[in-house]
Design a protein around this ligand. Structure first.
Ligand code: MN
Length: 446
């Protein structure tokens, strides 16, 4: 299904027989139907595919055994019952689309399948979420011109944006093995990274725990069908190779990054952990929220032909509201709720999803089903839209004041950082992404 096209599954009038899906607050109404992998918490069963609906998960393996689906939807549900979603991701997009339509019909009020499907539900509170795919490769882009300008300006006040930025989608090849799922109820806990740093006033490099540990508010794009090595995916086909979208925190040790990043880019500064949200919202579910690509200011270069199409200009953007929240140990002890640090929107990204895919493959690089592309930190133009602590505290110079009187320049041990996302549009039901959360543990002893 191509972007911008809505169908029966997006109908805002549809309600589910799962009550919690209809309360207007759930991230997972009937119009969303994101996919993930799960198992009963505390069990050592294999992970298996599931679909979020309200506060429940429809167990796809159980649904297959109960013969709830037929035709293409049954085939899709069977391959999505595996411990990872790679096979479904790599299949013809029509297969996942058939499953979405069947799920919408089975889970909606009045379905004749309600009784059998109800027996296949697992409460989210009883489930442990897994990494939704075997991630062969992880690439992280740098697609917010506001983030690029802010961070560049800290190092080069006279020349914040490098001359390539508006011509070429910049990225680095990241580390797939340290990507984990984390949520606010089960955050990814990881030790503060240790490494070499070189403070400006130190005569030489130091070794020790990072003192400038940061997060990055990002969107994750999951590759569906891949391409063979030596071929390319043109911009017109690019979105048909993207399975779906989730949230991604590219944890970054800024002091390690500052010393190591030249000339080959980030290495230990970003390879120790990456946290993702567990539910993948399909591109089909996101059709109502597609919007124009970011409007380039007068005087900016237009994208080269391989990165440009009329459709991309008109519909290449995604109106996805993003939010960052922080829970400190002191707030946790006081029973206080996490506080919002900032909020931004993926529609302000300088480069689009289709441009990421077209650029990544233009030289013949092969993408594979389950590969993950990070959008890069999504910052908007104003301070309340900055997607990292590096920007919010302006390189550590301006401490962030929290409502309980605490301050932060970077993350401290015990801090839990939560990313949220949601899409809203007049005439459609709001759909959410759940959350991605991680907690910083003390550094391992040296
Ligand atoms: Mn990043």
């Amino acid at each position: 299904m191509s972007s911008g096209n809505t169908n029966e599954t997006h109908d805002p009038k549809l309600r589910s027989w799962v009550d919690a899906a209809n309360d207007g607050k759930s991230d997972f109404p009937l119009q969303n139907l994101p996919l993930g992998v799960f198992r009963r918490a505390g069990k050592s069963d294999d992970f298996r595919g599931g679909v979020a609906i309200g506060d429940q998960i429809l167990d796809l393996a159980a649904a297959v055994r109960a013969n709830i689906f037929s035709g293409d939807a049954a085939e899709a549900a069977a391959i999505a019952s595996a411990p990872t979603l790679n096979e479904l991701m790599g299949a013809d997009p029509g297969l996942a689309s058939s499953l979405r339509l069947a799920l919408s019909r089975v889970l909606r009020e009045g379905s004749a399948q309600e009784g059998r499907a109800r027996a296949c539900l697992v409460p989210m509170k009883d489930a442990e979420m897994g990494i939704p795919a075997t991630i062969g490769d992880f690439t992280d882009f740098f697609s917010s011109v506001f983030h690029a300008t802010n961070t560049g300006g800290m190092f080069r006040p006279d020349n914040p944006l490098l001359p390539n930025y508006k011509h070429v989608p910049i990225a680095y090849h990241g580390r797939a093995s340290s990507i984990r799922v984390g949520t606010s109820t089960a955050p990814q806990a990881f030790p503060r990274p240790v490494g070499q740093t070189k403070p400006a006033d130190a005569p030489g490099p130091l070794f020790g725990p990072s003192k400038r540990l940061d997060y990055e508010l990002e969107v994750g794009l999951w590759i569906g069908r891949g391409n063979t090595l030596g071929s390319r995916i043109g911009i017109a086909e690019a979105e048909s190779h993207v399975f779906g979208v989730n949230l991604l925190n590219d944890w970054s040790a800024r002091d390690i990054q500052g010393w190591e990043y030249q000339p080959l880019g980030p290495f230990l500064a970003k390879n120790f952990a990456t946290t993702i949200s567990p539910w993948i919202v399909t591109l089909e579910a996101l059709a109502p929220y597609r919007t124009a690509a970011f409007a380039r200011p007068e005087g900016d270069p237009q994208p080269m032909a391989y990165l440009d199409s009329e459709r991309n200009r008109a519909m290449g953007g995604l109106d996805l509201q993003l939010e960052v929240l922080l829970l400190t140990p002191k707030m946790r002890a006081a029973g206080a709720a996490p506080v919002r640090l900032s909020a931004s929107n993926f529609k302000d990204s300088y480069w689009t999803i289709a441009q990421f895919v077209a650029h990544h493959t233009v030289g013949g690089c092969n993408l594979q089903a389950g590969d993950l592309l990070g959008s890069g930190t999504q910052s908007g133009p104003t301070r309340d839209q900055y997607g990292s602590m590096l920007e919010l505290s302006w390189g550590g110079k301006n401490p962030i004041e929290l409502p309980n009187g605490e301050t932060r320049t970077f993350l401290e041990d015990g801090d839990t950082l939560i990313l949220k996302g949601a899409c809203e549009r007049e005439g459609f039901v709001r759909i959410g992404f759940g959350d991605a959360a991680g907690t910083v543990l003390p550094a391992l002893p040296i």
